[in-house]
Design a protein around this ligand. Structure first.
Ligand code: MN
Length: 246
């Protein structure tokens, strides 16, 4: 049985579409799940109540990137540099994250997904890294190639991420202006950039609950990407074999 990976999506309002909202996902996510041997399924943003029904039909969860998280969800007022938010999506993904983690279902959370994961369990975010971190690096890279590494990471030894990366030092791409600030209960930091910004989190007590702040899917040929998606699909395959879905 091919493990099924549910992937959250964005809601877009494109110019010239008369205000019709569309669900959308960069194809990189689908490609990386397929390359790792998983069967990707897209989850449209519906109400939080529907999250459990979606989770019951998959073996793993991929929380994708996208717009900023609504700061009211971590009890902050909006910073002037806060970008677009999609509170409906926030609520749906928070319900997905809680349901999956509680069920021991593998979760890979990318960029915004990692921030959602942290907020879902009581953590907070930095709403704008350049204005809140003294000496912040460039985290919104301008390189034409999205697979071009932007900054380095220091990875904590003994973490799942370290096991996956096989090294304590990596260079990754970077497309974010928000970041995890106060860590959610039960999580640990797995990686930071040299300015101290949190670039990775995980739940050490969970078989595979990993958040990364960079965009591995936009570096589909890199070994770190292959190892990350491979670990997600392998963990999901174990869930599928055990028949232990929620
Ligand atoms: Mn970064």
């Amino acid at each position: 049985m091919t493990p099924v990976i549910g992937i959250s999506v964005s809601t877009l309002m494109l110019p010239g579409t008369r205000g019709v909202r569309r669900f959308a996902l960069p194809d990189y996510y689908v490609r990386c799940v397929q390359d790792a041997g998983g069967l990707p399924v897209l989850f449209p943003n519906v109400s939080a109540d529907a999250a459990a029904g979606y989770l019951a039909r998959v073996d793993g969860l991929l929380l994708s990137g996208g717009v900023d998280v609504d700061p009211s969800l971590f009890e902050q007022e909006p910073h002037p540099k806060l970008g677009e938010v999609d509170t409906d999506r926030d609520h749906f993904e928070i319900a997905l994250a809680r349901g999956a983690r509680d069920a021991g279902m593998p979760i890979l959370a990318i960029c915004r997904g990692s921030q959602v994961l942290n907020v879902a369990f009581g953590g907070t975010l930095m709403q704008d890294v350049p204005s809140l971190v003294e000496g912040a690096l460039m985290h919104e890279q301008k390189a034409l190639r999205h697979d071009a590494p932007c900054h380095s990471l220091t990875i904590e030894p003994g973490t799942h991420l370290h096991e996956i990366a096989g090294s304590t030092s990596r260079r990754v791409n970077s497309f974010h202006h928000q970041a995890v600030d106060r860590l959610a209960d039960g999580f640990r930091v797995t990686a930071r950039s040299s300015d101290g910004v949190i670039e990775g989190i995980e739940d050490p007590a969970h078989p595979f609950c990993v958040g990364v702040q960079w965009h591995p899917e936009r570096m589909p040929e890199h070994d770190l990407t292959k190892h990350l998606f491979g670990a997600l699909v392998e963990a999901a395959a174990q869930v599928a074999r055990a028949g232990s879905k929620p």
